[in-house]
Design a protein around this ligand. Sequence first.
Ligand SMILES: Nc1ncnc2c1ncn2[C@@H]1O[C@H](COP(=O)(O)OP(=O)(O)O)[C@@H](O)[C@H]1O
Ligand SMILES: [Mg+2]
Length: 375
Amino acid sequence: MIEFKSVAKRYGKKEVLHDISLTIPEGEIVSIIGGSGCGKTTLLKMINRLIPITSGDIVVNGTSVHDLQPVELRRKIGYVIQQTGLFPHMTIRRNLELVMDLHAIPNNGREETIRNMMDTVGLAQDLLDRYPIELSGGQQQRVGVARALIVDPEVILMDEPFSAIDPITRVSLQDELRSLQDTVKKTIVFVTHDMDEAIKISDRICLLREGYVEQYDTPEAILRNPATAYVESFIGKNRIWNSPEFIKAEDIMIEADNLCTPTDSLVRCIQKIKAMPQEFLIVVDKYSHKFHGLLNARMIREQDDLHKTAADIMKQPKAVAHVGDSLPDVLNTIRQLHRPYMIVLDDKECLAGIITQSSLVATMGSQYIDEEEVV
Ligand SMILES: Nc1ncnc2c1ncn2[C@@H]1O[C@H](COP(=O)(O)OP(=O)(O)O)[C@@H](O)[C@H]1O
Ligand SMILES: [Mg+2]
């Protein structure tokens, strides 16, 4: 865990970070994002004291960084930068050994550690005897990550590590970092200016603006509820539509009006169906809207005794959605069941709404319609 306690940074008279208080939980990836010059690198480098703190304190796993010796600090905190910082005249093996030398890691077992680390970051062993220039940008960056991990630090700081890498390799490095994190479970602070990258890899995102924390929350919360107009403009309007897993059934459902109660007679149900565009009725309690089942026109026509009630003949749907289910899950179920609609229930199993093919088209289509065009 890393705690920022009222941290400020001044360069000369100019304050570039103002009263930052922030907790980065153990084992999470937290992205620091913001425009150029907003203070991301400064914030990051104060954690390993590459940049001195003007006022306030940063506490890493219970110890103030002021109380850590530089050597101890570098050992506890790995650091990965965009320009990898590999020594060009040394092989990859030597580059990795060098860090182990610096941290006085004993010789025995080193080769095994190095080989394991190459596996961990997805590099072939034969690259160990090559020079950095003989590796692609993506491979060099993997070595950069291996070098940060090899002394088993508690925390890893990454400053725009993938920003100089081509887009395709970059996406795979992001995927790898996320799955690597699932095994190594380090606390990772990741600076980026790319919102897609932040959303993809982070447990939490800290959006900085001119040295202030504008919003600090999970990617989902930031996409759903941008705290300020600045956050909204930074993430881009309707940005949530690029992350369908964050879109919930309740965002796409519409109100259902084709309702009947369990005690409604079939005669009453027929009247209702005739008055509705839908071919079916949703059976719910009158006031609570507790969900009981479904019945359609065909099921009613098959009955000879129209004095029966809705409850007598209704059926359970093969699947229902709940308000918090994600859009991809809902779409999957609709596709698998070959049903043109889906009932959405709340956490008390009461009817919340319904998703139909036309409601999907309507809600998903609305994002492409510019508000101004509508006016
Ligand atoms: N050594 C320095 N001396 C004076 N000003 C600096 C120094 N380093 C950074 N700054 C200023 O501090 C602000 C934050 O810089 P930085 O943390 O590098 O931003 P970011 O990484 O978000 O682009 C910028 O206005 C930058 O010009
Ligand atoms: Mg920077």
